[in-house]
Design a protein around this ligand. Structure first.
Ligand code: GLU
Length: 279
């Protein structure tokens, strides 16, 4: 056999090719149609929202993670057959359209605009948009007070959109890629308030690192009906709705609520009825 001299450039090209191949085969495995040990399902979650979806050195945790695990089990996948992927707010529709993930459980509100691009199972949780402010700040007593403030939210979220369209159109809105990025700004006073769902903000406020530093406004500015995002036309929607109904009726939904929202003291709404979107 003739050995070919491997130059640095060709070695680099080889590495790139191998990486590309690895990604490609990965995608195939995540189609959900595999069988035996190679079977896996790829699920999109948030990585930086304690109590909802969080990646830690110990693994993945949060209400959305528990909902996703339950759905995966009902679809025939064990926990170790789940491949978790981060779905940032602005990336969710594209990830579903491209087939990067089978479904998304990531504080993902159902709305008309998104429903043009993807389908939703659920809803499985009703949250409300609120603000997180520094504990010693008494200047934000109502949503209208936000109009003179530096507000942070996330690109591609309903939270940012609501601020611009109706909640506080005159606020100086800064859009970051993630809510955790806003937190740093809130701490060092680069921003005055962080706005998104109360379910997410409660998780941040209860973190050891921030204990006592932040408080929620308690404004309940919108209704955020969390759905499970799937590719448009996917038959997964009906299967996931069946799984969500079972999760509520067998008590697993309440268990997940207690385990994940209990530590933050978040007072959630009762389990929504499937298909019942609160406007
Ligand atoms: N639930 C809202 C949304 O889907 C805000 C939370 C988020 O960005 O994930 O946009």
């Amino acid at each position: 056999m003739k050995l070919r001299k491997v130059t640095a450039a060709s070695a680099a090209a080889l590495v790139l090719a191998l990486t590309a191949t690895a990604c490609g085969s990965d995608d195939k495995d995540s189609s959900g149609s595999g069988s035996g040990d190679s079977k896996s399902i790829t699920v999109g979650i948030k990585f930086d929202q304690p109590g909802i979806g969080q990646k830690t050195p110990q693994g993945y945790s949060g209400f959305d993670v528990d909902v996703a695990k339950y759905i995966a089990k009902e679809l025939g996948y064990s926990e170790d057959q789940i491949e978790w992927k981060e779905s940032k707010s602005a990336d969710r529709e594209t990830m579903l359209q491209r087939g990067d993930v089978e479904f998304i459980a990531a504080s993902y509100s159902i709305n008309d605009e998104r429903q043009k691009k993807v389908d939703f199972a659920g809803p499985y949780l009703l949250a409300h948009q609120d603000v997180l402010i520094r504990s010693d700040d008494d200047s934000i007593k109502s949503p209208a007070d936000l109009n003179s403030k530096k507000l942070c939210s996330v690109t591609g979220s309903t939270s940012a959109q609501n601020v611009k369209e109706k909640l506080a159109p005159k606020a100086q809105l800064q859009e970051y890629p993630t809510y955790s990025a806003c937190l740093t700004g809130l701490q060092n006073k680069a921003i005055d308030a962080l706005t998104t769902d109360d379910s997410i903000l409660a998780g941040y406020a209860s973190q050891d690192a921030f204990k006592g530093k932040f408080k929620l406004g308690g404004f309940k500015m919108t209704n955020e009906n969390y759905g499970i995002g799937v590719k448009k036309g996917s038959d997964l929607k009906a299967k996931i709705n069946t799984a969500l109904e079972k999760m509520v009726s067998d008590g697993s939904w309440q268990k997940a609520v207690d385990a994940n929202f209990g530590p933050a003291g978040y007072k959630n709404e009762p389990a929504p009825k499937i298909g019942n979107i609160v406007s």
